[in-house]
Ligand binder design. Structure first.
Ligand SMILES: [Zn+2]
Length: 135
């Protein structure tokens, strides 16, 4: 190998190495800005809660109750509550609070709230057929 060919070969190797190094950066999130530390709720989650609230209200044929009036508290999947010894995954707390351990119980808890608003009884025994129809 002549000196000129060796230099070209070396510069090609350096170029390939540089490309490999560069292609490894910035695509796996290394150069992306990190988000601030803390607990965040994506806006689509709030949209889901609002939509499901309205759907449950419509299913139950209720006019009372507005999503804007309720308070939602994010909880662990199972948390201590007065209703079950093993804990709850959701709980409606009078007059307008919801402890939510999993979003799948949201409609169920909303129905407790809507029944409480309409009848003054949240039906903790789940006797109302709307629990089967609307959750
Ligand atoms: Zn319940």
């Amino acid at each position: 190998m002549s000196l000129g060919v060796a230099r070209k070969f070396t510069s090609i190797l350096v170029g390939i190495a540089a490309l490999l190094v560069l292609s490894g950066c910035g695509r796996e999130g290394h150069s992306a800005e990190s988000t601030p530390p803390g607990l965040f709720i994506d806006s689509t989650t709030e949209k889901f809660l609002q939509k499901a609230f309205e759907e449950t209200k419509a299913c139950a044929g209720m006019t009372e109750g507005k999503y804007e009036d309720v308070s939602v508290i994010l909880m662990p999947p199972v948390f201590p509550c007065p209703h079950y010894a093993d804990g709850c995954s959701g709980e409606y707390v009078r007059p307008n609070s919801f402890k939510v351990g999993t979003l799948s119980v949201w409609r169920h808890e909303v129905l407790h709230y809507l029944l409480d608003l309409k009848t003054g009884d949240p039906d903790v025994s789940h006797a109302n057929p709307l629990f089967k129809q609307c959750t």
